[in-house]
Design a protein around this ligand. Structure first.
Ligand code: FO1
Length: 329
């Protein structure tokens, strides 16, 4: 256990959706018996989308449902015991999009969120209100309260190109149509949400979850002020590789990394994040025990990285905290 004097750690985690949710389950488990532990998750909101008039925040909801014990671990997103009656009825009306799976239980979350946003509450207040019910056991912060949806540049008609929402690319096209760029619309003028920069600066340890380095972690890093806060902070920054043996465990990182010219490997992602001593982000990097990686200035350690359950995830987190301690010296 990492001890800073007698104060037990404040851990801040940059996280995306499904991988981030599982990882945060491990962080919570690893610090379960540390009464003073404070865990803050800074969550990607680039996947957010408005569908059928409802505001949907997939990554915040994945983490909230997973840590709240209500997620469908099989499907990987949404609620266990979900039904799709409203979705079926919408399709009978021909209400587009019909390709996006809106579950009946999930819709209650979007109704409450949309009503609060329409009443003028910022997303961070809405998220806190939803978490009052789900009690995730960690503080969930959207990376920003401002709208900055990820769009994907794909082929259009007769040779030109067009941008579609990330959810259309990922859900409708399964990331199988070529992507030429990812653009978070409005991100350059977005503000970090309240508490985000402080949570980065003041954490005893900052962890980059094994989430998609491009559209999840990369989007959080692109929020004005976030990258600078990471570089300025004094305590260690430890990342965990989302790539094992040249492929992501889940999701579509292998479809995203080539778009930004990064190879699909633990080594390439570490080099992409860069060493803090060279103006980058990382002091340490955890890779799966079958992989190798070597980047000047980054302390690399190989441990099992499959998050099969909270115990396995907790072991990964413990390894990351131990690595943080060793890089601190
Ligand atoms: N993912 C799918 O593959 N198919 C869906 O129909 C789908 C619906 C959906 C609805 C609400 C929500 O919060 C997430 C949903 N997801 C779906 C997952 C989502 O696309 C991804 O979790 C993230 O956006 C990528 O990390």
């Amino acid at each position: 256990m990492v001890r800073v004097g007698s104060v037990i750690v404040r851990v801040t985690v940059l996280a995306g959706g499904i991988g981030g949710a599982r990882f945060l389950g491990g962080v919570r488990a690893a610090l379960a018996d540390e009464a003073d532990a404070e865990i803050t998750a800074i969550v990607n909101t680039g996947d957010d989308v408005t569908m059928h008039g409802l505001r949907i925040c997939p990554d915040l909801d994945s983490i909230m449902y997973t840590l709240g014990g209500a997620s469908d671990t099989e499907r990987g997103w949404g609620r266990q015991g979900e039904t799709w009656r409203i979705k079926e009825q919408l399709a009978l009306y021909g209400a587009e999009p019909t390709w996006f799976g809106l579950g009946d239980l999930d819709i209650s979350t979007h109704l409450v969120r949309t009503r609060m946003l329409d009443a003028g509450y910022p997303l961070s207040d809405v998220t806190a209100a939803l978490c009052d019910r789900w009690k995730p056991g960690v503080r969930l912060l959207p990376m920003t309260d401002d709208r900055c949806e990820t769009h994907v540049v794909v082929d259009g008609e007769n040779g030109n190109r067009r941008a579609i929402h990330f959810q259309e690319w990922w859900v409708r096209y399964r990331a199988e149509i070529p992507a030429y760029a990812f653009v978070q619309v409005g991100l350059e003028s977005a503000q970090a949400a309240p508490g985000v920069l402080e949570a980065i600066l003041e954490a005893d340890v900052l962890l980059l979850a094994p989430s998609n380095p491009v559209v999840s972690i990369g989007t959080i890093l692109a929020v004005p002020g976030v990258r600078d806060a990471i570089i300025q902070r004094t305590g260690p920054v430890i990342g965990l590789s989302p790539i094992i043996g040249g492929a992501p465990v889940r999701g579509m990182a292998d479809s995203c990394l080539p778009v930004i010219g990064v190879e699909v490997s633990a080594q390439a992602v570490a080099a992409h994040y860069g060493a803090r001593s060279a103006g980058g982000l990382l002091d340490g990097w955890l890779i799966h025990d079958t992989d190798t990686a070597a980047v000047d200035g980054i302390a690399v350690r190989a441990v099992p990285l499959y998050m099969t359950d909270d115990e396995a995830s907790a072991a990964m987190v413990q390894a990351a905290l131990d690595l943080a301690e060793s890089t601190r010296a």
